[in-house]
Design a protein around this ligand. Sequence first.
Ligand SMILES: C[S@@+](CC[C@H](N)C(=O)[O-])C[C@H]1O[C@@H](n2cnc3c(N)ncnc32)[C@H](O)[C@@H]1O
Length: 234
Amino acid sequence: MAQTHAGRASLDKQPGEVAAMFDGVAKRYDLTNTVISAGQDRYWRWATRKALGLRPGERVLDLAAGTGVSTLEFGKSGAWCVATDFSKGMLAAGRFRNVPMVAGDAMALPFADDSFDAVTISYGLRNVSDPDLALREMLRVTKPGGRLVVAEFSTPIFPVFRTLYMEYLMKTLPRVARAVSSNPDAYVYLAESIRAWPNQRQLAMRIAKAGWSTVKWRNLSGGVVALHRGYKLG
Ligand SMILES: C[S@@+](CC[C@H](N)C(=O)[O-])C[C@H]1O[C@@H](n2cnc3c(N)ncnc32)[C@H](O)[C@@H]1O
């Protein structure tokens, strides 16, 4: 059985543990992200908005939205975006952003079939205990012809960079998190969960298996992050 540490979820990702861990990091979540990514998080969110190709008036679900920082970015397109997350602490920490928020579990979404023009999830799918079920739920709530964008940490493509990055994840990142985060242990989980996550091709296959078509990906920052896109057949 996986070991659980105070303030940190184990890799079997029990939903209660994951929600409690994010409640614990919520207070300084946005700041910690910007520090540990050396400011790249802003570029990744901008690139995610571009990949979504949103138009004014469209309805968008930002799933596992946390504090709504990406929801706000997507709203710049003129689309109507709702943030959904099962950590009430994360949603509460982002309430000042004034984006629509609905508490809900990615594995049993509180939305009707065919509700959204686009569904997106940033750095959330890796934390869901059954990502395949979440991908099927996202498909269910997307309108026929609608699209999915998954932004997630991935596998750097250049071997030397990959080795240095893994060193950073396992050694430096927990130390940096200790200086800025309200729950540094959670960043040990972050490093472990990134290492255990499928690479670009494997994730594309899982997205396609969940029923999405024309699945493609694009690497950001040399593959530190990958954006996967798919469509629901019309
Ligand atoms: C790393 S944070 C990402 C937050 C935000 N998308 C961002 O880009 O900053 C991961 C989020 O996934 C949420 N999460 C994990 N499992 C979930 C589930 N089953 N249902 C809803 N949210 C979930 C967590 O509560 C957390 O807020």
